[in-house]
Ligand binder design. Sequence first.
Ligand SMILES: Nc1ncnc2c1ncn2[C@@H]1O[C@H](COP(=O)(O)OP(=O)(O)OP(=O)(O)O)[C@@H](O)[C@H]1O
Ligand SMILES: [Mg+2]
Length: 355
Amino acid sequence: MTRWRRRRRAADADAPTAAPGVSATAGSKAAERDMVNPVAIRAEFALPPEAYAPIPDDAARAGVSNIRRIVPFVGRAGELGALKAAFAGAGEVVVHAVHGLGGVGKSALAAHWAATRDEQVRWWITAEDPTKVDAGLSALARALHPGLVGLPAELQTQRALAWLAGHDDWLLVLDNVEDPAHIDLLLDGVGGRGRVLVTTRRATGWHRHATTIRLGVLESADALDLFTRILTHQGPREVEGAAAVCAEPGHLALAVEQAAAYCAQTGTAPRAYLDMLDRWPAAMFAAAATNGDSRRTVARIWNLTLDRLADTPFAGELLRILAWYAPRPHPPHSPRPLGAPPTWPPRSADSSPTA
Ligand SMILES: Nc1ncnc2c1ncn2[C@@H]1O[C@H](COP(=O)(O)OP(=O)(O)OP(=O)(O)O)[C@@H](O)[C@H]1O
Ligand SMILES: [Mg+2]
Protein backbone atom coordinates (compact mmCIF):
# COMPACT_ATOMS: atom_id res chain seq x y z
CA MET A 1 0.00 0.00 0.00
CA THR A 2 1.42 3.40 -0.87
CA ARG A 3 2.29 6.10 1.60
CA TRP A 4 -0.46 8.22 0.04
CA ARG A 5 -3.04 5.49 0.33
CA ARG A 6 -2.11 4.87 3.95
CA ARG A 7 -2.48 8.57 4.71
CA ARG A 8 -5.77 8.76 2.90
CA ARG A 9 -7.25 6.04 5.05
CA ALA A 10 -6.06 7.80 8.20
CA ALA A 11 -7.31 11.23 7.14
CA ASP A 12 -10.68 10.05 5.86
CA ALA A 13 -11.61 7.17 7.99
CA ASP A 14 -15.17 8.49 8.23
CA ALA A 15 -15.48 10.34 4.94
CA PRO A 16 -18.40 9.13 2.82
CA THR A 17 -16.93 10.37 -0.43
CA ALA A 18 -16.00 9.41 -3.93
CA ALA A 19 -13.13 11.87 -4.00
CA PRO A 20 -9.96 10.54 -2.46
CA GLY A 21 -9.17 12.18 0.83
CA VAL A 22 -12.11 14.55 1.05
CA SER A 23 -15.58 14.16 2.45
CA ALA A 24 -18.78 15.05 0.63
CA THR A 25 -20.23 18.31 1.79
CA ALA A 26 -23.93 17.60 1.87
CA GLY A 27 -25.50 19.89 4.42
CA SER A 28 -27.20 17.24 6.49
CA LYS A 29 -24.09 15.09 6.72
CA ALA A 30 -22.04 18.10 7.65
CA ALA A 31 -24.53 19.15 10.27
CA GLU A 32 -24.47 15.65 11.70
CA ARG A 33 -20.69 15.68 11.95
CA ASP A 34 -20.62 19.25 13.22
CA MET A 35 -21.79 17.86 16.53
CA VAL A 36 -18.78 15.55 16.59
CA ASN A 37 -15.97 17.70 15.21
CA PRO A 38 -16.93 21.34 14.73
CA VAL A 39 -13.43 22.46 13.74
CA ALA A 40 -13.21 20.00 10.86
CA ILE A 41 -16.66 20.91 9.64
CA ARG A 42 -15.98 24.64 9.69
CA ALA A 43 -12.86 24.03 7.67
CA GLU A 44 -14.96 22.09 5.17
CA PHE A 45 -17.42 24.92 4.77
CA ALA A 46 -14.58 27.35 4.14
CA LEU A 47 -13.67 25.53 0.91
CA PRO A 48 -15.40 26.01 -2.45
CA PRO A 49 -17.66 23.13 -3.53
CA GLU A 50 -15.26 21.92 -6.25
CA ALA A 51 -12.68 21.13 -3.55
CA TYR A 52 -14.81 18.14 -2.54
CA ALA A 53 -14.88 16.43 -5.91
CA PRO A 54 -12.09 14.58 -7.71
CA ILE A 55 -10.07 16.50 -10.26
CA PRO A 56 -12.25 16.42 -13.40
CA ASP A 57 -11.20 14.12 -16.23
CA ASP A 58 -10.91 17.04 -18.63
CA ALA A 59 -8.87 19.25 -16.26
CA ALA A 60 -5.88 19.15 -18.61
CA ARG A 61 -7.88 19.80 -21.78
CA ALA A 62 -6.14 23.11 -22.48
CA GLY A 63 -2.72 21.71 -21.54
CA VAL A 64 -0.91 22.04 -18.24
CA SER A 65 2.83 22.52 -18.06
CA ASN A 66 5.44 24.12 -15.83
CA ILE A 67 8.37 23.17 -18.06
CA ARG A 68 10.49 25.97 -19.42
CA ARG A 69 12.34 25.70 -22.70
CA ILE A 70 16.14 26.00 -22.40
CA VAL A 71 17.44 28.86 -24.55
CA PRO A 72 20.00 28.60 -25.98
CA PHE A 73 20.22 24.82 -26.09
CA VAL A 74 23.17 23.22 -27.88
CA GLY A 75 24.09 19.74 -29.09
CA ARG A 76 22.88 16.49 -27.48
CA ALA A 77 21.42 15.15 -30.73
CA GLY A 78 22.42 11.59 -29.78
CA GLU A 79 20.87 11.74 -26.32
CA LEU A 80 17.68 13.37 -27.63
CA GLY A 81 17.43 10.55 -30.18
CA ALA A 82 17.95 7.96 -27.45
CA LEU A 83 15.20 9.54 -25.35
CA LYS A 84 12.83 9.64 -28.29
CA ALA A 85 13.42 5.98 -29.09
CA ALA A 86 13.04 4.90 -25.48
CA PHE A 87 9.75 6.71 -25.03
CA ALA A 88 8.27 5.65 -28.36
CA GLY A 89 6.39 2.61 -27.03
CA ALA A 90 2.96 2.91 -25.45
CA GLY A 91 1.75 1.44 -22.19
CA GLU A 92 4.05 0.87 -19.27
CA VAL A 93 5.62 3.68 -17.28
CA VAL A 94 9.00 4.33 -18.79
CA VAL A 95 11.58 5.68 -16.43
CA HIS A 96 14.87 6.96 -17.70
CA ALA A 97 17.56 8.07 -15.38
CA VAL A 98 19.74 10.57 -17.16
CA HIS A 99 22.63 10.43 -14.77
CA GLY A 100 25.99 12.10 -14.68
CA LEU A 101 28.29 14.59 -13.03
CA GLY A 102 26.85 17.71 -11.38
CA GLY A 103 26.48 20.53 -13.92
CA VAL A 104 26.89 18.25 -16.93
CA GLY A 105 23.44 19.14 -18.30
CA LYS A 106 21.00 16.46 -17.11
CA SER A 107 18.23 18.87 -16.16
CA ALA A 108 18.77 20.96 -19.30
CA LEU A 109 18.46 17.86 -21.49
CA ALA A 110 15.32 16.73 -19.65
CA ALA A 111 13.72 20.18 -19.88
CA HIS A 112 14.59 20.61 -23.54
CA TRP A 113 13.23 17.17 -24.40
CA ALA A 114 10.09 17.56 -22.28
CA ALA A 115 9.34 20.95 -23.84
CA THR A 116 9.12 19.29 -27.26
CA ARG A 117 6.60 16.65 -26.14
CA ASP A 118 2.89 16.91 -26.73
CA GLU A 119 1.40 15.22 -23.65
CA GLN A 120 -1.49 17.24 -22.25
CA VAL A 121 0.24 17.42 -18.87
CA ARG A 122 3.98 18.02 -18.73
CA TRP A 123 5.04 18.57 -15.15
CA TRP A 124 8.45 19.18 -13.60
CA ILE A 125 9.05 18.07 -10.03
CA THR A 126 12.24 18.84 -8.15
CA ALA A 127 12.50 15.44 -6.51
CA GLU A 128 15.50 15.54 -4.20
CA ASP A 129 13.54 13.96 -1.36
CA PRO A 130 10.07 12.52 -0.72
CA THR A 131 8.80 15.81 0.74
CA LYS A 132 9.65 17.63 -2.47
CA VAL A 133 8.01 14.91 -4.53
CA ASP A 134 4.83 15.41 -2.49
CA ALA A 135 5.09 19.19 -2.92
CA GLY A 136 5.45 18.82 -6.69
CA LEU A 137 2.37 16.62 -6.86
CA SER A 138 0.29 19.01 -4.78
CA ALA A 139 1.35 21.86 -7.08
CA LEU A 140 0.20 19.76 -10.02
CA ALA A 141 -3.18 19.22 -8.34
CA ARG A 142 -3.60 23.00 -7.95
CA ALA A 143 -2.58 23.59 -11.56
CA LEU A 144 -5.08 21.02 -12.78
CA HIS A 145 -7.84 22.23 -10.51
CA PRO A 146 -7.36 25.67 -8.90
CA GLY A 147 -10.39 25.04 -6.67
CA LEU A 148 -8.19 22.76 -4.56
CA VAL A 149 -6.04 25.64 -3.31
CA GLY A 150 -7.49 25.66 0.21
CA LEU A 151 -7.21 21.93 0.67
CA PRO A 152 -4.43 20.56 2.91
CA ALA A 153 -1.33 19.85 0.83
CA GLU A 154 -1.42 16.17 1.63
CA LEU A 155 -4.90 15.85 0.18
CA GLN A 156 -3.85 17.81 -2.91
CA THR A 157 -1.04 15.30 -3.38
CA GLN A 158 -3.52 12.41 -3.20
CA ARG A 159 -5.79 14.12 -5.72
CA ALA A 160 -2.95 14.57 -8.19
CA LEU A 161 -1.92 10.97 -7.79
CA ALA A 162 -5.48 9.74 -8.26
CA TRP A 163 -5.80 11.84 -11.43
CA LEU A 164 -2.50 10.55 -12.83
CA ALA A 165 -3.52 6.96 -12.06
CA GLY A 166 -6.66 7.46 -14.13
CA HIS A 167 -5.06 9.01 -17.22
CA ASP A 168 -2.30 8.29 -19.72
CA ASP A 169 -1.58 11.54 -21.50
CA TRP A 170 0.96 12.97 -19.10
CA LEU A 171 4.69 13.25 -18.56
CA LEU A 172 6.39 13.81 -15.22
CA VAL A 173 10.02 14.89 -15.01
CA LEU A 174 11.44 13.93 -11.63
CA ASP A 175 14.56 16.06 -11.43
CA ASN A 176 17.58 15.24 -9.31
CA VAL A 177 16.32 12.11 -7.60
CA GLU A 178 18.88 11.16 -4.96
CA ASP A 179 17.59 7.73 -4.12
CA PRO A 180 15.45 5.43 -6.29
CA ALA A 181 13.47 4.52 -3.17
CA HIS A 182 12.20 8.12 -2.99
CA ILE A 183 10.06 7.61 -6.09
CA ASP A 184 8.92 4.01 -5.58
CA LEU A 185 5.69 5.11 -3.95
CA LEU A 186 4.86 7.56 -6.72
CA LEU A 187 5.45 4.93 -9.39
CA ASP A 188 3.31 2.44 -7.47
CA GLY A 189 0.63 5.08 -7.07
CA VAL A 190 0.26 5.86 -10.79
CA GLY A 191 -0.06 2.18 -11.59
CA GLY A 192 1.81 2.10 -14.89
CA ARG A 193 0.08 5.06 -16.52
CA GLY A 194 1.76 8.02 -18.26
CA ARG A 195 5.47 8.67 -18.74
CA VAL A 196 8.19 9.43 -16.21
CA LEU A 197 11.65 10.81 -16.84
CA VAL A 198 14.14 10.84 -13.99
CA THR A 199 17.37 12.81 -13.73
CA THR A 200 19.90 11.90 -11.08
CA ARG A 201 23.57 12.26 -10.21
CA ARG A 202 23.50 8.73 -8.92
CA ALA A 203 24.85 6.19 -11.38
CA THR A 204 23.80 2.98 -9.65
CA GLY A 205 20.64 1.49 -8.19
CA TRP A 206 18.39 2.03 -11.22
CA HIS A 207 18.34 -1.49 -12.66
CA ARG A 208 14.82 -2.14 -11.32
CA HIS A 209 13.53 1.23 -12.42
CA ALA A 210 14.98 2.51 -15.58
CA THR A 211 16.82 2.32 -18.79
CA THR A 212 19.71 4.63 -18.09
CA ILE A 213 21.23 7.13 -20.44
CA ARG A 214 24.62 8.27 -19.32
CA LEU A 215 25.35 11.87 -20.09
CA GLY A 216 28.91 13.07 -20.69
CA VAL A 217 30.27 16.60 -21.02
CA LEU A 218 29.42 18.67 -24.10
CA GLU A 219 31.18 18.07 -27.40
CA SER A 220 33.89 20.72 -27.78
CA ALA A 221 32.10 22.37 -30.75
CA ASP A 222 28.83 22.50 -28.79
CA ALA A 223 30.57 23.95 -25.73
CA LEU A 224 32.11 26.64 -27.93
CA ASP A 225 28.73 27.29 -29.52
CA LEU A 226 27.15 27.76 -26.06
CA PHE A 227 29.96 30.03 -24.89
CA THR A 228 29.81 32.17 -28.02
CA ARG A 229 26.03 32.51 -27.97
CA ILE A 230 26.03 33.71 -24.37
CA LEU A 231 29.02 35.99 -24.86
CA THR A 232 27.67 37.65 -28.00
CA HIS A 233 24.06 37.77 -26.87
CA GLN A 234 24.06 41.57 -26.82
CA GLY A 235 26.32 42.17 -29.77
CA PRO A 236 29.70 41.31 -31.29
CA ARG A 237 32.52 40.54 -28.85
CA GLU A 238 36.12 39.38 -28.89
CA VAL A 239 35.91 35.55 -28.99
CA GLU A 240 39.58 34.69 -29.45
CA GLY A 241 40.52 32.14 -26.77
CA ALA A 242 36.93 30.98 -26.22
CA ALA A 243 37.72 27.38 -27.22
CA ALA A 244 40.52 27.28 -24.65
CA VAL A 245 38.20 28.63 -21.92
CA CYS A 246 35.70 25.84 -22.69
CA ALA A 247 38.43 23.21 -22.64
CA GLU A 248 39.82 24.33 -19.28
CA PRO A 249 36.96 22.84 -17.18
CA GLY A 250 36.61 19.92 -19.61
CA HIS A 251 33.56 21.28 -21.50
CA LEU A 252 31.33 20.96 -18.45
CA ALA A 253 28.14 22.82 -19.41
CA LEU A 254 27.78 24.64 -16.09
CA ALA A 255 31.39 25.87 -16.24
CA VAL A 256 31.07 26.99 -19.86
CA GLU A 257 27.90 28.90 -19.07
CA GLN A 258 29.39 30.46 -15.93
CA ALA A 259 32.53 31.58 -17.75
CA ALA A 260 30.58 33.00 -20.69
CA ALA A 261 28.17 34.89 -18.44
CA TYR A 262 31.08 36.32 -16.45
CA CYS A 263 32.89 37.45 -19.60
CA ALA A 264 29.70 38.91 -21.09
CA GLN A 265 28.81 40.82 -17.98
CA THR A 266 32.23 42.14 -17.00
CA GLY A 267 33.56 42.83 -20.48
CA THR A 268 36.38 40.36 -19.90
CA ALA A 269 37.89 38.89 -23.08
CA PRO A 270 38.21 35.08 -23.17
CA ARG A 271 42.02 35.25 -23.17
CA ALA A 272 41.99 37.48 -20.10
CA TYR A 273 39.50 35.17 -18.40
CA LEU A 274 41.83 32.24 -19.08
CA ASP A 275 44.64 34.11 -17.42
CA MET A 276 42.46 34.87 -14.39
CA LEU A 277 41.42 31.22 -14.23
CA ASP A 278 45.05 30.27 -14.21
CA ARG A 279 45.91 32.71 -11.41
CA TRP A 280 42.87 32.32 -9.19
CA PRO A 281 41.07 29.10 -10.16
CA ALA A 282 39.16 28.74 -6.89
CA ALA A 283 37.87 32.32 -6.99
CA MET A 284 36.95 32.19 -10.67
CA PHE A 285 35.10 28.88 -10.39
CA ALA A 286 33.16 30.43 -7.52
CA ALA A 287 32.37 33.69 -9.35
CA ALA A 288 28.80 33.87 -10.59
CA ALA A 289 27.62 36.68 -12.84
CA THR A 290 25.71 39.24 -10.76
CA ASN A 291 22.34 38.07 -12.06
CA GLY A 292 23.46 34.43 -11.89
CA ASP A 293 22.61 31.89 -9.23
CA SER A 294 25.45 31.88 -6.70
CA ARG A 295 24.34 28.43 -5.54
CA ARG A 296 24.94 27.09 -9.04
CA THR A 297 28.62 27.75 -9.56
CA VAL A 298 31.17 25.10 -10.46
CA ALA A 299 32.86 25.56 -7.08
CA ARG A 300 29.62 24.95 -5.19
CA ILE A 301 28.69 21.89 -7.24
CA TRP A 302 32.15 20.33 -6.93
CA ASN A 303 32.23 21.08 -3.20
CA LEU A 304 28.92 19.27 -2.79
CA THR A 305 30.46 16.21 -4.38
CA LEU A 306 33.71 16.51 -2.43
CA ASP A 307 31.83 16.99 0.85
CA ARG A 308 30.30 13.58 0.33
CA LEU A 309 33.82 12.14 0.49
CA ALA A 310 34.22 13.46 4.02
CA ASP A 311 32.72 10.22 5.30
CA THR A 312 35.24 8.19 3.33
CA PRO A 313 38.69 9.62 4.14
CA PHE A 314 40.43 7.05 1.95
CA ALA A 315 38.58 8.34 -1.12
CA GLY A 316 39.91 11.87 -0.47
CA GLU A 317 43.42 10.51 -0.08
CA LEU A 318 43.12 8.61 -3.35
CA LEU A 319 41.86 11.69 -5.19
CA ARG A 320 44.84 13.73 -3.96
CA ILE A 321 47.23 11.08 -5.25
CA LEU A 322 45.43 10.84 -8.60
CA ALA A 323 45.62 14.63 -8.97
CA TRP A 324 49.37 14.20 -9.63
CA TYR A 325 48.42 12.32 -12.81
CA ALA A 326 46.42 15.22 -14.23
CA PRO A 327 46.99 15.55 -17.99
CA ARG A 328 48.21 19.14 -17.81
CA PRO A 329 51.76 20.00 -16.85
CA HIS A 330 52.24 22.37 -13.96
CA PRO A 331 52.26 25.97 -15.35
CA PRO A 332 55.85 27.01 -16.08
CA HIS A 333 55.44 30.43 -14.42
CA SER A 334 54.48 28.85 -11.09
CA PRO A 335 54.86 29.32 -8.26
CA ARG A 336 53.19 32.72 -8.32
CA PRO A 337 52.92 34.90 -5.27
CA LEU A 338 49.64 34.38 -3.45
CA GLY A 339 47.21 37.14 -4.31
CA ALA A 340 43.69 38.15 -3.55
CA PRO A 341 40.92 37.09 -5.94
CA PRO A 342 40.06 39.52 -8.75
CA THR A 343 38.19 42.64 -7.83
CA TRP A 344 34.68 43.15 -9.12
CA PRO A 345 34.51 44.42 -11.79
CA PRO A 346 38.05 43.40 -12.70
CA ARG A 347 40.25 46.28 -13.88
CA SER A 348 42.07 44.21 -16.46
CA ALA A 349 43.72 40.85 -16.69
CA ASP A 350 47.17 42.33 -16.19
CA SER A 351 46.43 44.66 -13.34
CA SER A 352 47.28 43.54 -9.88
CA PRO A 353 44.18 42.11 -8.18
CA THR A 354 45.09 43.88 -4.99
CA ALA A 355 45.84 47.27 -6.54
N1 LIG B 1 22.90 21.34 -23.98
C1 LIG B 1 22.88 22.51 -23.33
N2 LIG B 1 22.65 23.65 -23.98
C2 LIG B 1 22.65 24.83 -23.33
N3 LIG B 1 22.85 24.98 -22.02
C3 LIG B 1 23.08 23.86 -21.30
C4 LIG B 1 23.12 22.58 -21.92
N4 LIG B 1 23.38 21.66 -20.97
C5 LIG B 1 23.49 22.34 -19.82
N5 LIG B 1 23.31 23.66 -20.01
C6 LIG B 1 23.35 24.70 -18.99
O1 LIG B 1 24.38 24.39 -18.08
C7 LIG B 1 23.94 24.56 -16.74
C8 LIG B 1 24.12 23.24 -15.98
O2 LIG B 1 23.24 22.30 -16.56
P1 LIG B 1 22.21 21.45 -15.67
O3 LIG B 1 21.65 22.26 -14.57
O4 LIG B 1 21.26 20.82 -16.61
O5 LIG B 1 23.20 20.37 -15.06
P2 LIG B 1 22.83 19.09 -14.20
O6 LIG B 1 23.57 17.95 -14.79
O7 LIG B 1 21.36 18.96 -14.08
O8 LIG B 1 23.48 19.47 -12.81
P3 LIG B 1 23.05 18.99 -11.35
O9 LIG B 1 23.53 17.58 -11.20
O10 LIG B 1 23.78 19.96 -10.46
O11 LIG B 1 21.56 19.10 -11.24
C9 LIG B 1 22.50 25.00 -16.79
O12 LIG B 1 22.39 26.38 -16.53
C10 LIG B 1 22.05 24.66 -18.19
O13 LIG B 1 21.11 25.56 -18.69
MG1 LIG C 1 20.06 19.13 -12.50
